[in-house]
Design a protein around this ligand. Sequence first.
Ligand code: CMC
Length: 378
Amino acid sequence: MQVSRGLEDVIIKTTSLTFIDGEKGILRYRGYDIQDLVKASYEELIYLMLYGELPNKEELEKVKGIINESYEVPESVINVLFSLGRSCDPLGMMETAFGAMASIYDPKWDRNTDKETALKIIAKASTITCNIMRSKEGLKPRTPEPSESYAKSFLRSTFDREPRADEIRAMNASLILYTDHEVPASTTAGLVTASTLSDMYSCIVSALSALKGPLHGGAAEGAFKQFQEIGSPDKVEEWFSETMKEKKRIMGFGHRVYKTYDPRARIFKELADSLSSKNPKAREYYVIASKLEEVGLRELHERKLYPNTDFYSGIVFYSIGFPVYMFTPLFALARMLGWTSHFIEYVEEQHRLIRPRAAYVGPDRRAFKPIEERSKKV
Ligand code: CMC
């Protein structure tokens, strides 16, 4: 009997979406290096992931058109978000909103339109993420208005201001960097639901529920909170030694797949460096993070522990103005594209109900006794 704990090394599907070489630090979406794709617009990436090729201008306009028409979320869903209370967990709010939408939209998996469903989900996720923050900040609901880009519409509606060009570029790049990472726990949870031919909104609820756990979605927040805890660059060495002595982990360091520098972390670092130069508080955290990276690399590189994507991403989000509690919802917003692309790839090309087995190790058959005949335990 071989039990594959954590489904480690189990191949659940084939994919043409994402390629990772953890030894060489390579990440590609549909054959394109992440370093090249990060220069594209998020809408181009949406087309690439869902339709397999980079779009021409006409195809891009079509995708933008569907997204621009789909930002609206039913009022009842927005009302639910605003009735939950400002102290609610933001990812739980996201699950609630998608759960509500699963009950409103056609629950059938429609093979002819599911790429369009994915586009609608990506648009509505922007409205939901924006309103999670607006609800928690005590602001009024707002729906993103169409603009030149998805990233710009999202920032403008979330913050009620015109975002700067470098903020839009950083938001666009963050969406691309967090788009997909093969089949981590959240994607796998969503795939299990997709395999039952449940609707795509419910698949997102499953993925979000898995993302919510601290072993998956919370590392960017964890990394940023440790920079806050350290407080100043001269305390890094001492903090690091204490953390190692207590056998705690450096958040934003290490990866199950990458045994070298995570290519996403390099790009996030550049973005964090440039954006934080305009935000003094964020700059303080960037300087602490750089120092922690230096010490971490010195002490941990022999164990193949390097910064991962979550090490610097929080500084990018914080520089733009996002509160720390928004880091995981922002990850989820970007991952909508990866999740839906995997669901479609699985259901359209490789569908089979996911139904593993468990090896029984309990007692052999026992005679049932009525309760009167069971001896007292105390
Ligand atoms: N700081 C200190 N030591 C570490 C760290 C770390 N961040 N990560 C792993 N180690 C040590 C660990 O203690 C263990 O040491 P030993 O062999 O002496 O017991 C060894 O490295 C192997 O650890 P592991 O837990 O078996 O390795 P894993 O492949 O299961 O861990 C990980 C991957 C991401 C869970 C882990 O590196 C970790 O907990 N990192 C911190 C949390 C984090 O940054 N998570 C975000 C991951 S990237 C998300 C994404 O790709 O979307």
